[in-house]
Design a protein around this ligand. Structure first.
Ligand code: PMV
Length: 305
């Protein structure tokens, strides 16, 4: 069995597409799994889709991951079954597509006993991300393949980030599925139609991500929280928030969070809130009462270093 973690973006989504930095962290409590067995014929079975069997030559993204991996490994297609399952909700900004692709690629490498560097696995998963998202920045595949908190700048060497003290982050799902491809496309249109408004917003996000990196490294929790809220406001201006996300952000703040924002593509999916041991429970309760579908806590920087 091979697996890969979910991820959340702490700062900088959308602006990262335009060359600004972003910070993303793995979420090890949610995993995607892939398992390979001998089989009379080649098949892919998606456990979360009623054990749906997927044709190797079809358009299904899972089939595309497998084809791409076989092509690049240059090995014949064996008689195996690849069973895939995932705890990570789809279309919610938690990197489900990249995690499933990473788990499948890791399982195939294990099966064929092939060693591939993380950099090459990352390139492969990035190719899959392009199929899903059109023009992804590469942040999802990078944080998931490297399994560490990253300070990511498009087309720049990967920089890991180490926060001074662990961050207690609550993740809450609006329950609304939203396609990252759509919100990224809308920001692109805004960028092209109204550059005088959009470019400064993107630069402001970049500046606050640089400040967030300093705050994480110096352990300044209140500053991190303030920057999260500021980031959320700028994402609202980029039109990628939603009434549900705004409501959950307000709810978390009223319940005592130090900061809160949407995370990922936006319009739906998840929001995150920074808490401490005194506020974690009350923030989680308030988010559930406000209608969040799934609420959990993840600790950033505890186990990855
Ligand atoms: O929705 P997610 O978690 O896949 O995050 C997308 C992040 C964006 O910055 C909006 C797009 C990208 O490719 O970086």
């Amino acid at each position: 069995m091979s697996q890969a973690s979910a991820k959340i973006i702490l700062f900088g989504e959308h602006a990262v597409v335009y060359g600004e930095p972003a910070i993303a962290v793995p979420v090890s409590s949610l995993q995607a799994y892939a398992e390979i067995r001998e089989s009379p014929s080649f098949q892919i079975i998606a456990r979360d889709l009623n054990d749906k069997s997927i044709a190797f030559d079809g358009d299904d993204p899972l089939a595309q991951v497998v084809r791409l991996t076989f092509d690049s490994l240059n090995v014949p297609i064996p008689d195996i079954s690849i069973a895939v399952r995932s705890d990570i909700p789809i279309g919610s900004g938690l990197g489900s597509g990249a995690a499933i692709a990473t788990a499948i690629i890791r399982a195939l490498l294990k099966y064929f006993d092939i060693q591939l560097s993380r950099a090459l696995i990352n390139e492969l998963v990035f190719e899959v991300e392009k199929i899903h998202h059109g023009t992804p920045s590469g942040i999802d595949n990078t944080v998931i393949v490297y399994e560490q908190s990253v300070y990511f700048v498009r087309e720049k060497p990967i920089e890991m980030i180490k926060n001074r003290s662990p961050l207690q982050v609550i993740v809450a799902d609006t329950g609304k599925v939203a396609l990252t491809r759509d919100s990224v496309g809308d920001v692109r249109r805004l960028y092209e139609d109204e550059p005088d408004i959009t470019k400064p917003l993107i630069q402001q996000i970049g500046n606050l991500v640089r400040d967030a990196k300093d705050a994480m490294q110096s352990g300044d929790l209140q500053k991190i929280g303030d920057l999260m809220l500021e980031n959320h406001c700028l994402l609202q201006e980029l039109t990628v928030s939603s009434p549900e996300l705004d409501m959950l952000v307000d709810t978390a703040m009223l319940a005592g969070a130090m900061g809160a924002k949407l995370s990922g593509g936006g319009r739906g999916g998840n929001m995150i809130a920074l808490v401490d041991e005194n506020t974690s429970e009350q923030v989680q309760d308030a988010l559930k009462q406000a209608g969040a579908m799934r609420v959990f806590e993840t600790i950033v920087g505890e186990s990855t270093f």
